[in-house]
Design a protein around this ligand. Structure first.
Ligand code: AHR
Length: 337
């Protein structure tokens, strides 16, 4: 335990030296980093969902790169470990510390009215990142930066439509399972609805089941195993993030089921992290719908504008694309996460 603590302290010291962070929370304890002075800096409290996926880690890195002491910020970072109650506690701590801005990625859409009202009453602007909130009063937050999850789901459906048409399978029954992300999260809601919209136009597409696999590899594997136990024939796996896809691929491989371009099962994934793009290149995953985690720089630009007293757009969609074996080669080398 002592060894782990010393390692964490060293890590924190290293982060402080690089100017990446002012204060960091580890295991629920707050660890102050030495030598940082928040007096002349813009203090930003960030509540992150957790570290459930490769995407999430990349999103956290983008925040840490955007809010450095050198750029004039003092970052308070809190990892909620996938629990809404931890996010609410973190936001309340930020309010009592009178931070200049609160940035957070809400784990689910509902349950934020009270704490966001407290932030508003304290005069602290809230910027949502990645996921959205479902609140009565939209003035409880200043702006949102993230992905068009509905469009991502629809793009997955449209890609499948064209792929099956290319194989002459428009009339054939297509049996689909969907591994969904965290229930109630904007990413899961949007991707599910977007895909469903396209599926509804195809009587031959049968969605056998849609199951919450929490955006993690372990749960993706577990859920895929139970689906394979239940259904003899699955033609398509739609997995709402790459981490769940890794688990699902593992479950299928163990049973000798082949996937992808030459395989038995078509695999549609989301996020487009490097390890998954390599599998797209190898033809193991058929398509990866990008979800761009590099949102820190856009959140920071918003804060810059607010600091100048400017009005900002309420909604900012980040640019994303679709990766298939045909185009992935040109992007792979530059992928950092
Ligand atoms: O909200 C974005 C989603 O959350 C990403 O697809 C997933 O990987 C993450 O955990």
């Amino acid at each position: 335990m002592r060894k782990i603590k010393s390692f964490l302290l060293l890590l924190l010291a290293a982060l402080a030296l690089t100017g990446c962070v002012g204060q960091f929370e580890v295991g629920g304890e707050q660890e102050e980093s030495a030598g940082t002075d928040e007096a002349d800096l813009v203090v930003v409290g960030v509540s992150q969902v957790g570290s459930e996926s490769v995407w999430r880690t990349a999103n956290t890195v983008s925040i840490q790169k955007a809010f450095t002491n050198e750029k004039g910020y003092f970052l308070l970072f809190s990892n909620a470990r996938q629990k809404q109650e931890n996010q609410i506690k973190a936001i309340r701590r930020f309010i009592s510390r009178q931070v200049d801005y609160i940035v957070f990625s809400p784990i689910t859409e509902t349950g934020w009215d009270v704490v966001l009202q407290e932030a508003k009453d304290a005069g602290i602007p809230v910027i949502l990142m990645d996921r959205q909130v479902d609140v009565e009063d939209e003035t409880l937050y200043t702006a949102w930066v993230g992905s068009d999850f509905h469009m991502e789901g629809e793009n997955a459906g449209k890609w499948l439509e064209e792929y099956l048409a290319g194989q002459g399978r428009q009339e054939e029954e297509i049996r689909i399972v969907v591994l969904q992300g965290t229930e109630g999260a904007t990413a899961a809601i949007g991707r599910t609805e977007g895909f469903q919209k396209v599926a509804d136009a195809h009587e031959n597409w049968v969605i056998l089941e849609q199951v919450d696999a929490e955006y993690t590899t372990a749960k993706g594997r577990e859920v895929m195993e139970s689906l394979l136990d239940k259904y003899d024939e699955i033609d398509v796996v739609v997995s709402q993030n790459d981490d769940m896809t890794f688990g699902a691929l593992d479950a299928m491989n163990r049973r000798g089921i082949t996937t992808g371009v030459e395989g038995d099962v078509i695999v549609v994934s989301f996020d487009a992290v490097k390890a998954a793009l390599k599998l797209v290149e190898q033809g193991v995953i058929n398509v990866d719908i990008e979800c761009n985690p590099n949102q820190g720089e856009w959140v920071e630009k918003l804060i810059q504008a607010l600091e100048r007293g400017e009005e900002v757009e309420k909604t900012f969609y980040i640019k994303e694309q679709i990766f298939t074996p045909e185009n992935v080669g040109e992007y792979l080398d530059d992928r950092e996460y």
